[in-house]
Design a protein around this ligand. Sequence first.
Ligand code: NOJ
Length: 966
Amino acid sequence: MAPDQSSRGLLGARSDRRSFDKNDHSDSDSDSDLDATEFLDREAQTSSEPKPAFLSSPAARWKSSLARFLAGRSRRCLIVLVFVVGVWVLLGAGGTFAYKKYQQEPTYGLSPPWYPSPKGGIASTWAESYKKAAKMVDKMTLAEKVNVTTGTGWQMGLSVGTNGPAVHVGFPQLQLQDGPLGIRFADNITAFPAGITVGATWNRQLMYARGKAHAIEAREKGINVLLGPCVGPLGRMPAGGRNWEGFGADPYLQGIAGAETVKGIQSEGVMATIKHFVANEQEHFRQPWEWGLPHAVSSNIDDRALHELYAWPFGDAVKAGVASVMCSYNMVNNSYSCGNSKLLNGILKDELGFQGFVMSDWLAQRGGVSTALAGLDMTMPGDGVGWADGKSLWGPELTKAVLNGSVPVERINDMATRIVAAWYQLGQDDETKFPRQPPNFSSWTNDRLGVLAPGSPSPQPQVQVNKFLNVQANHSIIAREVAAEGTVLLKNDAGLLPLTRQGLPDAKLKARRSVLARATGKQHTGKFKIGIFGEDAGPGNGPNACKDRGCNQGTLASGWGSGAVEFPYLVTPIEALRSQFNTSRVALNDYLVNKPPTSAMADLELCIVFANADSGEGFTKWDDVSGDRPNLDLQKGGDALITTVASTCGGGVGDVIVVIHAVGPVLMEKWIDLPNVKAVLLANLPGEESGNALADVLFGDVNPSGHLPFTIGKSLKDYGPGGQVMYRPNGVVPQQDFTEGLYIDYRYFDKQGIEPRFEFGFGLSYTQFKYSGLEVTPRKTKSALPKERPSPAAEPPAYSTAVPDSKEVLFPEGFSPLEKYVYPYLRSVDEIVSDPYPYPDGWDTKQPLSGAGGAEGGNPDLWEVYVEVSVEVENVDGVAGAAVPQLYLEYPAEGEEGVDFPVRVLRGFEKVWLERGQKKKVVFGLTRRDLSYWSVERQNWVMVVGGEYGFAVGESSRDVKVRGSW
Ligand code: NOJ
């Protein structure tokens, strides 16, 4: 990085107005690389979506109007024509204005340049795989190398993404499939709980186990690459539509959960994809045209927040050996993420030492040569800037770009090598585990027979595409455990929970009935009368009623979009409760609607009321939820349902238990303090075992141990200006400035002294834990900077850099291509033109290597434990259960001049099972990275040497039980 940029960080660099317009959007030699205006033309030609009038060619319109005028026979026709021309002139004027505006626009490319792209193969952990890959790639033709890097097009395989094989050297086509919570578009799989529920478990073993089970299913279905886990969005905005795919609004929690999931997935040989790199924090304007604008939102982030928050969990995943990273749709600092050299070359590949391959999100690639130079290694699904248009920005264009010298041979070699090395690294050359066949299910049909490339209109033979293999094994056990442990008990007045199968224990029941009799004059006898309320308790129209789960109906067990799956089954709360309550002692009445008749409620003794809030990926909208939620309210009248039930259940004094299923925080102010709302459970998004897991907690078979992976505020405003989704664009390229820096979620509440309703990390248990005996044991001496960056443990493969013979890229003789399918071949060598390519600014300036880099995951010293903190945790109450001691770091009060620190940040957690009366010692190891902040000036992680670090250990970010210092 040039010195003037390093001191200001990325956001600071905006003032440079260093233009990347062309670099991000155009090549001179490839018609697939578009600048902003070319892009508009291409869209107008190719998209089937209705487009604004200004996108059509004025000349064409004029000609057709004139022709119609000349041919006009009647006066009526003439009036119509005058009207049409008038409208055309008006629209044309508007169009010209907009067109000009777009031409003046925009502030592209304010992210600093980082070239050349670091080659893979420097890490000891990948050395063997790179050796094997080098042998294979060395034998590949250029067309094969290109094939490996380029998707074959949308629906050109049975999974959601397929690249091309390199048949002659034995490299198969890879099958890529969503998503983070199960195998999307597949039958007979497990619908696991969503990431947010996993985060709420705070249980590393379950994080790993879920990943492992997911991967077993993927492998058995014939998938090579899973498109998960998701650690971005991080949850800057609590209403962000896809926060639920990730693990919670804290980088440390996301990082641990992401890394454990990666390890679990990859333990089965399936490649994991950590996504979306980076700052895809909202759905509105996440990609061009989806929201009517020609460009995606730019998340403008300063260098420190990028390191300490948004890129942090990706660092954990890289350290865990993740095979693939998916770059996001949005721009970061006005450069599309998938063409952002600072992000991909600088941070990911140099600083974090990422050894696998970077793949684009689906159509997130917005330039051809420029993205290759910026560090993208694989484009998905392979089509160009228009959905399913078959006009790839790579494929034949990349072939040409290598042959005419625009993309260095070294770069295409590195791209292919990274992909092949990842394949070897995961042992996928073992054909007994990864047979070289298409998956045994089709994402595009439920029929037994179908075609292999349904995206192509070319005639194809019907083959068996669905084998309906059941891969669920006993994974429902893990799904149920995650759902139960990810359920957070927020309120439990007078120990109402757990219930028993007969309702309440005899003594409690007796006491309750006399209270009710005193308050209402009504003496209850006989069966215990329970009412279950709310659509969210029931099946609705079935769990798969809406495509991609894109609506909120019935009980909510998943958000919507590519992160959702087809439920094989869904145990609803009502089903589980009906089957588990002892009906000889309990009279269960259910009202599975959100406007139940109030007449029946007075006679009830206990009411369990369900409500929810849903969101999802921005390609689909439900009600007023366009991906992102419009607010944090319960949906479908949830608040009114709860308050109505509370005011009428048992004449207004019956006990009420509230159960919430939600994609993130919801506001509870309207009812949380009502005296008869005695218990509240936040069950997050529990997946297929929803009802069973809930019953486990309600009946105390599982003692709740979930803790909040986000803050529940009293209002959306309380999350601060940075917590607000941008619902209306503020320009042609919407500018989302992350000016709050580090202060999101609890960091913001703490800094501003805002009282949340329930703080990050909060969660009750049916027992009590006591914390004592905090000890601090230094393991290494504090020093500001990490050790010097080590020299590479291995050398990247070396290949010939000669431009190959252009003949080797021609369509093989007799080959009959499928229409729209993306191939790497050219029809004729005449297609190779040799205009000079306008390289990006800074392209020829070799950037200094980062002091924070040097190995997979970064400088190894960053991962060394510098201090250990131990505490004793004791279960001091009635039942066995799991505690979640959480360690929060407080930077030295003296701090560093000019450097601001959050009040405290999560830097350790464990889940500890404790029998009644049992005590255990828990040890937290804090690494150099944990203890450091990212210094924009020094461009490295810096430990604060003066003053004392504080360690606060407790049961939430605010409930500190014991303290220590170092
Ligand atoms: C777009 C989504 O953003 C991404 O998460 C997903 O993996 C791809 N589509 C493929 O479905």
